[in-house]
Design a protein around this ligand. Structure first.
Ligand code: KG4
Ligand code: ZN
Length: 352
């Protein structure tokens, strides 16, 4: 059974064909980085326009690479939320139109469930349940219990910025380009992670919730107290910079700041995850979303001596893609959980 997945929740237009829930026949991702990079973040109106431009060629390429046509499909799956409404609408409207024209079933998928399936997709049934999922991206920092039958229970989430958002904002503040996560990740090993001590606010209420806005403000205070205007201005002028360029324009104290910031984020993510693993007696920890690409997080998770195995998606499936959407739709196809043509774009769609 082949499902065409379509993902347009943020700034990537993606389409993929996945067979039987786990065999990726194609996965095409058209990034809008060149459009948004100069603004230091995603501009929603521009994102919708870019999706409109890209959706038809991206789907066509995904079908071509999968040596498939619409006639070979069992269903079309599309991200219904959470995300930018204007962006979601492009994918949803396109998916509805094709389903209507071809008489295909339509399946709505929650973007966060997609990120979880990016890991399940590659694990070939190895992951035992209950599992803990840490979904950590530019829009989400959520901890879910995954139970038998793929039902979800929310255990904790960020109260303000998502971890990826904190990376992007700190990078922007320091004159690095968007998205900041990969740049900070590459530069962090050149600094001393113990050089700057950040203390994070204690959580009132749910101790498993996250908060990253205080950390971002602490970085801002640090910048204000140090004479950094010239180096920040110099970095802002760089375009298409390589790692060597960034290193040349980033003095040691700033590398120490980046390393300390990254270490603090990683410690927070792993500390809360470890508490949840114990609380639900998880048999596996799944880490997914764009921040799951982070090399520091991957190695720290391996060193953390958690009482269960940790699974990350391969980097191409960590950031937004449509293979994860098609994979998440496969169990829904079995259960015949189809959407009708009233399927809406939902900016704040919750998973649990
Ligand atoms: O999952 P994703 O592609 O989109 C959302 O659903 O948000 O995640 C994008 C986020 C951005 O904030 C980006 O800076 C972050 O993931 N990111 C990283 C790394 N690669 C991407 N953050 C830290 N380290 C990385 N290596
Ligand atoms: Zn995402």
């Amino acid at each position: 059974m082949r499902i065409l997945g379509i993902e347009t929740s943020c700034d990537e237009t993606a389409a993929a064909v996945v067979e039987d829930g786990s065999r990726i026949l194609s996965s095409v991702v058209a990034s809008q980085l060149d459009t948004h990079g100069k603004y230091g973040g995603v501009v929603p109106e521009l994102a919708s326009r870019e999706h409109l431009r890209a959706i038809v060629p991206v789907v066509r390429l995904a079908l071509e690479q999968a040596r498939s046509s619409f006639d070979d499909l069992s269903a079309i799956a599309v991200t219904e939320g959470p995300g930018l409404v204007g962006s979601l609408l492009v994918g949803i409207t396109y998916a509805k139109s094709i389903c209507f024209a071809r008489g295909l079933p339509l399946i709505g998928v929650n973007h966060i469930e997609g990120h979880i399936h990016a890991v399940l997709l590659e694990s070939a049934g190895k992951i035992e349940l209950p599992a803990l999922a840490l979904v950590v991206s530019g829009g989400h920092t959520h901890l879910f219990e995954i139970r038998e039958g793929l039902s979800y229970r929310l255990l904790g989430k960020t109260r303000d910025d998502a971890a990826g958002e904190a990376y992007d904002k700190v990078a922007k503040l320091l004159g690095f380009s968007y998205p900041g996560g990969p740049i900070i990740d590459q530069l962090a090993p050149y600094g001393d992670p113990t050089a700057v001590k950040f203390t994070l606010a204690r959580m009132k209420g749910n101790a498993l919730d996250f908060s990253f806005s205080g950390l971002k403000t602490a970085v801002l205070r640090w910048v204000e107290q140090h004479d950094m205007a010239a180096e920040i201005a110099a970095r802002r002028k760089l375009s298409n910079a390589s790692l060597d360029d960034w290193l040349r324009f980033t003095p040691r104290p700033t590398l120490d700041l980046l390393a300390s910031f990254q270490q603090t984020v990683i410690n927070e993510l792993l500390r809360r995850s470890a508490s949840c693993v114990t609380e639900i007696d998880a048999r596996a920890l799944i880490v997914s979303g764009g921040v799951a690409c982070n090399a520091g997080l991957r190695s720290a998770a391996g060193d953390a001596r958690l009482p269960c195995p940790v699974y990350f998606p391969s980097p191409g499936l960590s950031t937004d893609n449509a293979a994860m959407i098609a994979a998440a739709a496969f169990p829904k196809l079995h259960r015949r959980e189809f959407a009708n043509f009233t399927l809406r774009a939902q900016a704040n769609l919750a998973l649990a």
